[in-house]
Design a protein around this ligand. Structure first.
Ligand code: UDP
Length: 316
C-alpha cells in the first residue's frame, strides 16, 4: 500500500480522490487551507486510521511535518478552480500553481515520489480547435479576467516538464475539463451547482449570455477514475480527462429544470469577459493509453447531484 499526499485534499476533487484511495487501502495525507474548499468535504474522514489532515496554506511554504516525510505519490490539486474563486483569489491562484507547485516538485524529487499535477482545459483558452486535442497550444488572453488561472496552469505545465526533463522527476499532467457532482461548493458560481440550487429554490436560472456557449460535463467518479489510471500509467505528457458529451448552457438549464420539475424561469445575465464559447475534450489519447472513458450518463449524474443538493438545502 502506498503513501499519498494530496494538496487541496479538502477540495471537491481532492476529497473524492481521498475516498477512492482510502477505499483501496492506501495511506492518505491531505493538506488544505480551505481558501476555496470546505471542511465538510472531509468531515466523514475524522478518525479514519489511514488518513491524516494538515491545515496549512502552501503558498507560505511546505510545513516541516510534511517536508520531512516520505511519500510514494504526490497529487498537487490545490488551487481555486472556479472563475469566481480564482478572480477572488488572484495572487493565491498564481502562487499555488507556480512557486508552491515548484516546491511540491522539489519535494517529489527529494523523496523519489511520483507527482501528478492538476492542469486544465483552460490551457486551451477560448479554443479555435474543436474538440481540443492535447497537441493544441491554446488561445489564451494573457492579461484577461481568467489569465491568473489560465496562465498559472500553463506555467504549472511548463514547470512540471522542466523538472521532468532536467531533474528527472517522475511527473504526470492531467488537463481537467468541467467536472460536477456532490461536494462542489455552493455559491462559487459554477454552472451545474448554480442551476441546481436555483431550480430547487424555484429561483430564476441565471444563463449567462444567450446560453449558446458549450461545456462538456464529466461526473466526478469518472474523473477520479481517470486520475488514478493516469497516475499509474507511464506517460508524462498532458492527458485530457473529461467527458466529450457536449451541451449548450441553455440545454443544461432546461435539463436541470425538467429533472427537478422546477418552474424557474430563465434569466439571461451578462456573459463574463473571455468566457470560452465552446469546450469539448478529444479523449482519444486517454482511451488508447489508459483504456479510460467516462461511464456516467449526464442524466444520471445530474440526478445524483440534485439529490445531494436537495439534502444540503434541506439542512441549510
Ligand atoms: N454559466 C451560466 N450561469 C451561471 C454560471 C455559469 O450560464 O450561473 C455559464 C458560464 O458563462 C460558462 C459556463 O456556464 O459559459 C460554465 O461556467 P463555470 O463557471 O461553471 O465554469 P467554466 O467552464 O467557465 O470555467
Amino acid at each position: 500500500m502506498a503513501k499519498h499526499l494530496i494538496t487541496g485534499g479538502g477540495g471537491f476533487l481532492g476529497s473524492h480522490l481521498t475516498d477512492a484511495l482510502l477505499a483501496q487501502g492506501h495511506e492518505v495525507t491531505g493538506i488544505d487551507n480551505f481558501v476555496s474548499s470546505q471542511p465538510e468535504n472531509i468531515a466523514h474522514l475524522k478518525g479514519h486510521s489511514g488518513y491524516k489532515f494538515v491545515e496549512h496554506d502552501l503558498t507560505r511554504g511546505i510545513p516541516a511535518e510534511i517536508a520531512t516525510r516520505k511519500f510514494d505519490r504526490i497529487w498537487h490539486l490545490a488551487s481555486p478552480a472556479s472563475p469566481v474563486g480564482y478572480v477572488q483569489h488572484q495572487v493565491t491562484t498564481l502562487k499555488i500553481n507556480s512557486t508552491a507547485a515548484m516546491e511540491m516538485l522539489e519535494l517529489a524529487e527529494k523523496c523519489g515520489a511520483r507527482i501528478f499535477v492538476a492542469s486544465t482545459s483552460e490551457c486551451y483558452g477560448d479554443p479555435s480547435e474543436h474538440p481540443q486535442r492535447e497537441t493544441y497550444w491554446g488561445h489564451v488572453n494573457p492579461i484577461g479576467m481568467r489569465s491568473m488561472y489560465d496562465e498559472a496552469k500553463r506555467f504549472l505545465e511548463a514547470a512540471t516538464m522542466a523538472y521532468h526533463r532536467e531533474r528527472k522527476v517522475d511527473t504526470r499532467i492531467v488537463r481537467i475539463f468541467n467536472t460536477y457532482g456532490p461536494r462542489l461548493k455552493m455559491n462559487d458560481g459554477r454552472v451545474v451547482v448554480a442551476f441546481i440550487t436555483q431550480a430547487l429554490r424555484n429561483e430564476p436560472l441565471t444563463v449567462q449570455g444567450d446560453g449558446s456557449q458549450t461545456r462538456s460535463l464529466c461526473y466526478v467518479d469518472d474523473e477520479i477514475r481517470g486520475f488514478m489510471e493516469l497516475m499509474e500509467s507511464d506517460y508524462h505528457l498532458p492527458v485530457n480527462i473529461g467527458n466529450p458529451d457536449e451541451c449548450t448552457m441553455l440545454e443544461l438549464a432546461d435539463e436541470i429544470r425538467q429533472l427537478i420539475g422546477s418552474k424557474s424561469p430563465i434569466l439571461h445575465t451578462p456573459l463574463p469577459p473571455d468566457d470560452p464559447k465552446q469546450r469539448c475534450p478529444d479523449i482519444s489519447l486517454a482511451k488508447k493509453l489508459l483504456k479510460w472513458e467516462p461511464a456516467m450518463p449526464r442524466k444520471e449524474g445530474l440526478k445524483r447531484t440534485i439529490e445531494f443538493y436537495r439534502k444540503q438545502l434541506a439542512v441549510a
